[in-house]
Design a protein around this ligand. Structure first.
Ligand code: FAD
Length: 429
């Protein structure tokens, strides 16, 4: 008889809630991971650094578990089919896992739970991905917040008043003792290796302490670059928040934005393909394919926009300030549907997170919660003046700036600004 701990986006042993409780409550815990082909098959690029990253993390986890006399069973397939196979192979008492709030994940977990229950096995889920999950931070009438500021106020009160602790003293002796299972190769998964470098998962006190002064300048290393580690749970959000909250309030606010958008997605899953404010789906987007291509390739003739897109294409990362600028440019200057930009980011960003990406795009397009009012159109030139005055960031990514090789602006700023305002206004009136 065994029980399973199912790793998903919590690829660590430290402070892993579901794993902790599995080991405390059951014996013979077999840790597993499933490369979900429902997700992998949708990735458009066979060179995807995120798949490589997950595999690397699984290798480390596997080693750590081996040292404890156990191993990590890695499967490739559709979760429901993998469970059918496992149920045939083992006598499974229960499955433990950490909750995931994305629409697909919820559906998947419901199907797995149903199958397990039919076979007499239990399915237990735990909060691990967030500090306060959807439903824990509510307003006076018991509803979820649609605006960030009051949400963050209540979030912080709870954070201060509740004693949040890291989990320690794991009952490792309850791991299923087994010889080592083989780890698949990238090739087995149908992927190839990339040159992309993954940011480190450690954080420096000094950087976090100065975060509010440095975070807006893309030429500086002024942000944590922890996005991918939060996405795949290679760090514990509790640990990060507990250690950084005393250092910098602005940084804590960003961690709260992450939970705010996760909450919005959990309560309004329709935002995945609809504007949070329905009237905004009336906007007649121009959706010019050539303009979109120029934007993707970083050839719009607007240096700050092009620098951002080239950074994204080359590294899988883009600085937050620049994400806001390129997103505003695509939706307002070019009047291209925010969903096009969102999809492109989802393919490229190492730290791609459905909730934050959707939230960020709807914010920039003016269609979301707390969004930019539609008549506020970022001026790429004044943004550059404010945040990259010496053109350090721009010159790094656009070395041909000022030569004849650099493209002319694909649209005039003043004209595009007015066109955006008129188009939005007409659609919303
Ligand atoms: P830091 O500035 O060091 O912040 C620490 C962490 O806080 C981040 O890793 C992230 O988890 C969280 N965070 C910071 N800012 C935000 C924010 N505005 N909203 C939600 N969480 C935040 N963030 C993603 O994690 N995934 C995405 O796919 C994503 N897409 C975005 C798309 C657009 C159009 C915009 C404007 C923003 C997007 N963001 C996204 C938010 C933000 O840009 C990134 O979280 C941040 O740039 C990641 O860099 P960092 O790890 O150095 O962040």
């Amino acid at each position: 008889k065994i029980s399973i701990f199912w790793f998903r986006r919590d690829l660590r042993l430290e402070d892993n809630t579901g794993l902790y409780y599995a080991l405390q409550q059951e014996e013979n815990i077999l840790p597993i991971f499933i490369f979900d082909t429902n997700i992998l098959d949708k990735l458009s690029n066979r060179k995807d650094a995120r798949v490589e990253f997950i595999l690397d993390q699984l290798k480390s986890l596997s080693k750590e578990l081996e040292e404890k006399g156990s191993s990590l069973l890695i499967k490739i397939g559709k979760p429901i089919e993998v469970y059918e196979e496992l149920l045939g192979q083992y006598k499974i008492q229960s499955v433990y896992t950490n909750r995931d709030y994305e629409p697909y994940a919820k559906e998947r977990d419901q199907a797995v739970e149903k199958l397990l229950k039919e076979k007499g096995a239990d399915f237990y889920t735990f909060k691990d991905q967030m500090i306060f999950e959807p439903g824990e931070v509510l307003n006076g009438s018991g509803e979820f917040y649609k605006v960030f500021t009051p949400y963050s106020r209540v979030w912080k009160e709870k954070f201060q008043n509740q004693k949040i602790e890291l989990l320690s003293y794991f009952h490792w002796k309850n791991l299923f003792q087994t010889s080592t299972f083989e780890v698949p190769s990238l090739d087995d998964l149908g992927f190839e290796s990339t040159e992309i470098k993954i940011p480190s998962k450690s954080w420096e006190e000094d950087l976090i302490s100065k975060y509010n002064q440095t975070r807006d300048f893309p030429a500086q290393k002024g942000t944590s670059r922890l996005g991918i580690h939060l996405r795949f749970g290679t760090i514990s959000i509790k640990k990060l928040a507990l250690e950084t909250a005393p250092l910098n309030d602005t940084f804590l606010n960003e961690l709260i934005w992450r939970e705010f958008y996760m909450t919005i997605l959990a309560f309004c899953p329709e935002v995945v393909d609809k504007a949070f404010k329905p009237a905004y789906d009336r906007i007649p987007w121009r959706n010019n394919e050539e303009d979109f291509k120029a934007w993707c390739e970083g050839k719009t003739g607007y240096p700050i926009v092009d620098a951002g897109m080239r950074e994204l294409n080359a590294t899988g990362y883009m600085h937050n300030r620049v994400r806001m600028i390129v997103a505003s440019f695509l939706t307002k200057h070019l009047l291209i549907d925010w969903r096009w930009g969102e999809t492109y980011f989802a393919e490229k960003l190492l730290d791609f997170e459905l909730a934050s990406n959707n939230g960020g795009w709807q914010w920039a397009a003016g269609t979301g919660t707390d969004a930019q009012p539609y008549f506020r159109v970022f001026n790429p030139e004044s943004q550059t003046e404010k945040f990259d005055k010496e053109l350090k960031y721009i010159k790094k990514w656009v070395p041909e700036l000022g030569t004849k090789d650099y493209p002319k602006p694909i649209v005039d700023h003043k004209f595009a600004r007015q066109r955006a305002i008129d188009t939005y206004k007409q659609a919303l009136d």
